[in-house]
Write a protein that binds this ligand. Structure first.
Ligand code: C5P
Length: 236
């Protein structure tokens, strides 16, 4: 397969066309942004961590019945993926209060929920990815009712699977954001699952092991990303 021209450059990844119209090559960058692009920086080695970790997680999720865009890892940073059309909905699930949830409702971080929460935000940088309810997503034609039902079903499997997976690695899955795309008319999981897109706290110390280290200037950012990958790669 040949890597052809760049199709798109996002904040954390570049996407290239290939000579197969059904496949793209994703190239993960070390660039880091936060607060809708207001804070910018680099996290050395992040691209490789996020690529390898996402691929491990996607293969696990495939086994659990969630179809994903993953096809083949080409190198530390590059992966062949299915040429999906991303749905402009960020799907966020939370097991414990943190981040924008804690801020919005004026509560502390660390409240363990009886049931996970589920929310959408509208994937739109100009608008700052606002929180969006299901009926608004339908009204704007961002997804169909059937697609939303499928997304909810898959998101619940992702949460159950990843909670258990990370716990086994000494990490609590606090919350995460996933994205879905359409491929051959079907909803499949796309984008990434990484310390950029999940909050992960150490089981013993509650230390933050994710992008909050960059967002909040907590230090040891690179080392933490490497530690998370090391744990994720660890055999059971
Ligand atoms: O900021 P907030 O608390 O809403 O984030 C919830 C989860 O979604 C966090 O794990 C965060 O890393 C992730 N997220 C993301 N991309 C965004 C917004 C949130 O990966 N644009």
């Amino acid at each position: 397969m040949k890597k052809l021209e760049q199709l798109y450059e996002g904040k954390a990844k570049k996407v290239f066309k290939t000579d197969d119209p059904n496949l793209y090559i994703v190239d993960y960058k070390d660039d880091a942004t936060a607060f809708n692009g207001e804070k910018k920086g680099q996290i050395a080695g992040k691209g490789a961590v996020n690529n390898v970790m996402s691929n491990i997680v996607f293969q696990l999720l495939e086994q659990k019945g969630v179809p994903t865009h993953f096809v083949e890892q080409l190198s530390d940073r590059e992966t062949v993926v299915k040429a999906v059309k991303i749905l402009p909905l960020e799907v966020i699930m939370r097991n414990v209060s943190a981040g924008s949830f804690a801020k919005r409702y004026g509560v502390e971080e660390g409240i363990v929920f009886d049931k996970p929460t589920f929310e959408f935000s509208y994937k739109n940088d100009d608008l700052g990815d606002p929180l969006m309810c299901e009926s608004h997503a339908l009204a704007l034609g961002l997804a169909t009712e059937e697609q939303i039902a499928t997304i909810k079903k898959y998101a619940a499997i992702v949460n159950d699977t990843l909670k258990e997976f990370f716990l086994d690695k000494g990490l609590k899955l606090i919350d995460f954001k996933i994205e879905f795309g359409l491929y051959d008319g079907e909803v499949i999981l796309a984008d990434e699952v990484s310390p950029d897109t999940c909050r992960l706290w150490d089981v013993k110390t509650n230390e933050k092991m994710d992008k909050d280290r960059f967002r909040r200037d907590l230090g040891n950012v690179e080392e933490t990303y490497q530690e998370v990958l090391k744990r994720v790669k660890k055999a059971d």
